[in-house]
Design a protein around this ligand. Structure first.
Ligand code: SF4
Ligand code: SF4
Length: 519
């Protein structure tokens, strides 16, 4: 049985027993409302059963203070600080390279991240990063549930910020609820307008920061302000302003509940040992009001610690009642823990009626056993090992990578040409890569043929008998190379040849192999 059903049944079992009479009365009520044989006039198409669509109920999350709220503020400040500030961080890479620490340089076809520089040929690093991101997410989930959703996901962070603005302009839950029921006064219009203006400013700032990762930030800010930036920059700022405003301002929890696939995947990946925000029904049930609970205890009847005050529900940004067990809508932000802790403090009961816990522990406590936590399990171990191996492989590949390179592609059509003097010519496309930050002269050699002439179309400089090619700093250059063999080679032969590129000023050579074909 799934943990959700387990908990629902356990809560039901722990609820105060109904008298047989009241159960019968409830059944009778239900029967009166649900006639098994509809009257002829009521018979109709299936949609008479009511729409399957339920309109969204607006959520007014209440302000809360406590440990988890403080952690969330801290995470919000750090993550947004990084996002908005990072494009302005400088990093000296030498005279011919950009000085922006993090830059996605589409025209130059580079990605810069502090001391790391990735070329298009090294896109496999992106694969490695995606694997690392997925494994980190799985590991977080195996250790403590939806940590990502509750604290780090951009949707959560920006929604949190938008809700803080909403509380500041329209008041906390109670005040906002009351105001929404009143007619539109000048004050209400002003507060509403100010809220949306501030939301739009944050959204615009968010879109603006995004484009700064794609060009030199200080220059782009100046160009944007003087309307000299490329049109695409304005288009993307508009797009991101719209999406941020819509997703964080209007859609909020609907993104988590309906749009995001992660809750479904997460639910399939979790296990009974993962810590999740859990209502400890063993302690909380049977719930009763403070007064009723005191009376029950006086008479020796069982009474749980939950006083049914609904504070945990009122602070929830997704409107979930965690007391109902695991819920797809719960992003595990921990705010209900803070709310309930405050209530427990007020009524003099121990804190953490809602806590990061496991269902297994609740059952163990019910059986008088000690709770235990298993962070190290086969799955957490496996995720950690994959993260370590992929990180090590990426670090090794990066540390030992060449800063120059050569690739060769044989012409397919025609594969070869026999010249009038009887010699045979093959043509190749050769790309030389220079990741140095200075222009470099390379010498191109071809080996494997006894007597061959090597010509580079468009280049007439030589170093001895070999063509010399200059490649600009941090650039690659594609050449068309003609290799002509004058020796007699058996008809139909396919001879392996090697293209070697050597920096003229000295340094390690790089080579690539292909074949020379004879008609
Ligand atoms: S805040 Fe605590 S006491 Fe109040 S309803 Fe929620 S679980 Fe019960
Ligand atoms: S139920 Fe609690 S942990 Fe889950 S989203 Fe709501 S406040 Fe956050």
């Amino acid at each position: 049985m799934c943990p959700g059903c387990d908990i629902a049944l356990a809560i039901e079992a722990a609820a105060p027993p109904q008298s047989a009479l009241s159960s019968l009365a409830a059944l009778a009520d239900g029967a009166a409302q649900t006639s098994l044989i509809p009257a002829a006039a009521e018979t109709g198409p299936p949609d008479d059963e009511g729409p399957l669509y339920a309109a969204r109920k607006k959520i007014y999350p209440q302000h809360v203070t406590g440990t988890f709220r403080r952690v969330k503020w801290l995470v919000l400040l750090v993550t947004l600080g990084i996002y908005y500030g990072l494009p302005f961080v400088r990093w000296d890479r030498g005279p011919n390279a950009p000085s922006q620490a993090v830059l996605i340089d589409f025209p130059g076809r580079r990605f810069y991240f502090f001391f790391i520089e990735i070329w298009p040929q090294e896109i496999y690093y992106l694969t490695g990063l995606l694997i690392l991101a997925a494994m980190a997410l799985f590991l977080m989930n195996a250790v403590a549930g939806r940590l990502w959703c509750g604290y780090l996901c951009p949707q959560t962070v920006w929604t949190d910020l938008f809700q803080a603005i909403e509380r500041w302009t329209e008041g906390d839950r109670r005040e906002h609820l009351l105001r929404d029921r009143q007619p539109w006064t000048a004050e209400r219009v002003a507060r509403f307008g100010l809220k949306h203006f501030l939301w739009l400013m944050v959204a615009w700032w968010t879109g603006g920061a995004w484009v700064l990762y794609f060009a030199d930030a200080p220059t782009l800010v100046r160009d944007l302000a003087t309307f000299q930036a490329p049109l695409i920059a304005y288009v993307f700022i508009g797009l991101l302003t719209f999406t941020t405003y819509t997703l964080a301002g209007w859609m909020r929890e609907q993104v988590c509940v309906y749009m995001c696939p992660w809750p479904r995947i997460q639910a399939a990946l979790t296990d009974e040992y993962a810590l999740n925000v859990t209502y400890r029904y063993d302690r909380g049930e049977p719930r009763a009001s403070l007064k009723k609970a005191a009376e029950l205890r006086e008479h020796g009847a069982p009474a749980g610690d939950c006083i049914d005050c609904l504070q945990c529900v009122h602070v929830c940004p997704t409107g979930v009642d965690i007391r109902g067990g695991p819920n797809l809508g719960c992003i595990q932000c921990g705010l209900c823990i803070d709310a309930c802790d405050a209530v427990m403090k007020k009524i003099g009961r121990p804190a953490r009626l809602i806590a990061y816990d496991t269902d297994i522990n609740i059952k163990r406590r019910q059986q008088g056993q000690k709770a235990f936590y298993r962070i190290m399990r086969p799955r957490t171990f496996l995720y950690a090992v994959v993260i370590a191996v992929v990180s090590a492989a990426m670090t090794y590949a990066y540390a030992t990578r060449r800063i120059d390179g050569v690739s060769v592609l044989h012409d397919r059509n025609p594969l070869y040409v026999r010249l009038a003097d009887g010699s045979v010519r093959n043509a190749f496309s050769v790309r030389i890569l220079n990741k140095n930050l200075e222009a470099t002269n390379f010498v191109l050699k071809v080996s494997g043929l006894f007597d061959a002439a090597v010509d580079v179309i468009g280049s007439s400089t030589y170093s001895g008998p070999y063509p010399r090619i200059e490649v600009g700093p941090d650039q690659s250059r594609e050449l068309r190379v003609l290799v002509t063999a004058t020796e007699h080679i058996a008809a139909g032969a396919s001879i392996p040849i090697t293209f070697t590129v050597v920096p003229e000023a000295g340094g390690a050579e790089v080579s690539a192999r292909d074949h020379f074909f004879v008609p």
